[in-house]
Unconditional design. Sequence first.
Length: 201
Amino acid sequence: MDDRDAELMLAVRDGDQDAFEALVQRHEAGVINFLFRFTGDRAAAEDLGQEVFIRVYRARRAYRPTARFTTWLYRVATNAALNHIRDQGRAVLHSLDARRSSGAPGDNDEAGAFDPEDPRMPQPADRLADDELARAVRAAVDGLPPQQRAAVLLNRFHGFSYGDVADALDTTVPAVKSLLSRAQENLRDSLRVALRRFEPP
């Protein structure tokens, strides 16, 4: 696939619009799936997916087939996801600061409060054990620091080698191994609590 991808991207670099459409068709679903796993927000993932391919197209003239195309593509996607996470964090801090300065209600504000017992969500008693476990794994991955989350998603969910993950994250293989090791420890700690519900009384 990568040889074909590189051929298509070189054609895009030379101005072939059909080649660009072909690349989008080949990789759009995978990129959006990665972004959804990263952000947990389908609408944001679709918006970011469009942004990723816009960035790819704008960078077409600088493209050189020195690495796998998918590695280069997912570097763009990872950067978009990390920027989104940082922007979301800033937005939350800005909202909290604005709320404090305006004297608006805080934890009791119905519009902004986090309700762990949201009645719209399925209750634990109504869930199958497999669904609970899947949610626990997803929550554990979502709780990882962004760089660790990216490394796990690329390596475990998208089959990237350590070298490819390093290229996508613009770091080294030892750094990727360290990220994955810390992520594994964090996931183990997070899931230990969730798995206790499956233990016999």
